[in-house]
Design a protein around this ligand. Structure first.
Ligand SMILES: Cc1cc2nc3c(=O)[nH]c(=O)nc-3n(C[C@H](O)[C@H](O)[C@H](O)COP(=O)(O)OP(=O)(O)OC[C@H]3O[C@@H](n4cnc5c(N)ncnc54)[C@H](O)[C@@H]3O)c2cc1C
Length: 378
């Protein structure tokens, strides 16, 4: 006999946990399935845009005790030695995923969310109900399912999502370090085949996280050789890395990162965060988008519950429209920004323009970010 849930969330990263907290606050009976135990590190730049703060406050999420750094300056450097510095209009904060995901998980548990530590294997939809099966053999029946399982999962193969068969030419590497680095700065440093984000998180820890093309990475023996031969071509990055002392035993890596278009709704599942679409990490906005997508799904589910005559298709249509209205332009701007890095000459011209005309850079930052997420439209 399958276990019953009104709403089942697959994946307990930022999108899944935020959705669980929001839906729980609205009185829904929520279950969340997460494959990993908390706390755990994640490959991520760990810079979160301040646009999420009003919404987090409304959810009763107060991150101050986690001692995040306050970040209001951005530096961009290229391998050819060009550099541009600017302020971040809205700013953000630095916090490790180890810390924030664990905090949200504990809050969800305290608030009564049912968190199950298993790995979802497949989801089927029949007669207006979902059947969700895990690799441990447990089955759940749910009226609604939210997919918040990140960039890529075996579930996507079973769901026959288009992007899963397309090329994913990037990998990403991250580690924490001790270093003298300003608390209020996020430094983005490009190198042939990728870029590296550097910023401080809580407890005076420096997070260094980079995205690299598999094509450039595979020519080198290991991570150390890759860093020395390729990342060090950017002098600023070389100085940062040589001065820093790694805290992790070894860097974390993930592969198969794809920026292919996805669908916000697939197989009647409302997709949240990276499961719906991945913005280029250069924009530093993926976590804010994950949190924001949880908000729009929770609000629409609440409206849907009130309108007993509305059917599921209306909910799906409204979620797709809201998702596209909020995030499509950002994803597009991220693609344009990332395309500049692919060509050295274009990159240098773009940096020169940005250095001469700060308003252009400010506009680009604005296009890749959202406005503060208010709760007025709840
Ligand atoms: C190199 C890099 C740097 C980045 N830097 C930044 C940055 O500085 N700022 C920013 O805002 N964004 C950044 N991002 C993007 C950001 O990390 C993501 O957008 C964000 O993590 C999305 O959150 P999520 O909840 O959608 O997914 P995730 O955080 O990936 O959570 C998904 C969860 O689902 C679980 N899961 C997966 N499969 C299953 C399954 N079958 N069953 C059960 N559970 C499952 C996973 O264990 C995981 O906990 C970066 C991304 C990359 C790749």
């Amino acid at each position: 006999m399958p276990l019953q849930a009104e709403i089942l969330i697959i994946g307990g990263g930022l999108a899944g946990l935020t959705a669980a907290l929001h839906l729980n606050k609205l009185g829904f009976e929520v279950a969340l399935i997460e494959k990993s135990v908390y706390p755990h590190h994640k490959v991520c730049g760990e810079y979160i845009s301040n646009e999420v703060l009003p919404y987090l406050n409304w959810l009763g999420i107060d991150l101050r005790n986690l001692l995040p750094t306050q970040i209001n300056k951005l530096q961009f450097t290229s391998a050819s030695g060009k550099q541009v510095n600017t302020s971040l209009p809205l700013g953000g904060f630095g916090i490790s995923r180890h810390s924030i995901d664990n905090y949200l998980y504990k809050l969800a548990i305290n608030n009564g969310v049912n968190v199950i530590h298993q790995k979802v294997d497949q989801v089927t939809f029949n007669e207006n109900h979902f059947l969700v099966e895990t690799t441990s053999g447990t089955s759940f029946e749910a009226r609604y399912v939210l997919g918040a399982y990140g960039k890529r999962s075996a579930v996507d193969i079973k769901l026959e999502r288009k992007f899963i068969n397309q090329k994913s030419p990037y990998l990403a590497i991250k580690a924490h370090y001790r270093s003298n680095f300003p608390n209020n700065l996020v430094s983005l440093n490009s190198f042939p085949g990728g870029y590296c984000g550097v910023s401080k998180v809580e407890n005076d820890v420096l997070n260094v996280c980079y995205l690299a093309s598999y094509e450039s990475f595979k020519k080198h023996k290991d991570i150390e050789a890759y860093q020395e031969n390729v990342l060090y071509q950017n002098k600023n990055l070389k100085e940062i890395l040589q001065e820093a002392e790694m805290i992790f035993d070894a860097p974390l890596t993930i592969s198969q990162i794809s920026f292919q278009q996805k669908e916000p709704v697939h197989h009647h599942i409302l997709m949240l965060g990276d499961t719906a679409g991945l913005i280029h990490p250069l924009c530093g906005n993926g976590m804010a988008m994950a949190i924001h997508s949880a908000k729009i799904a929770a609000e629409l589910l609440a409206k849907h519950r009130l309108n007993t005559s509305a059917d599921r298709f209306e909910l799906e249509k409204n979620y797709t429209l809201a998702w596209k209205r909020l995030f499509s332009k950002r994803l597009q701007a991220g693609k344009v920004l990332a395309s500049f890095l692919k060509n050295k000459i274009v990159e240098d011209v773009a940096i020169n323009i940005a250095a001469k005309f700060p308003a252009v850079l400010q506009k680009m930052i604005k296009y890749t970010h959202g406005k503060p997420i208010t709760i007025l439209d709840l």
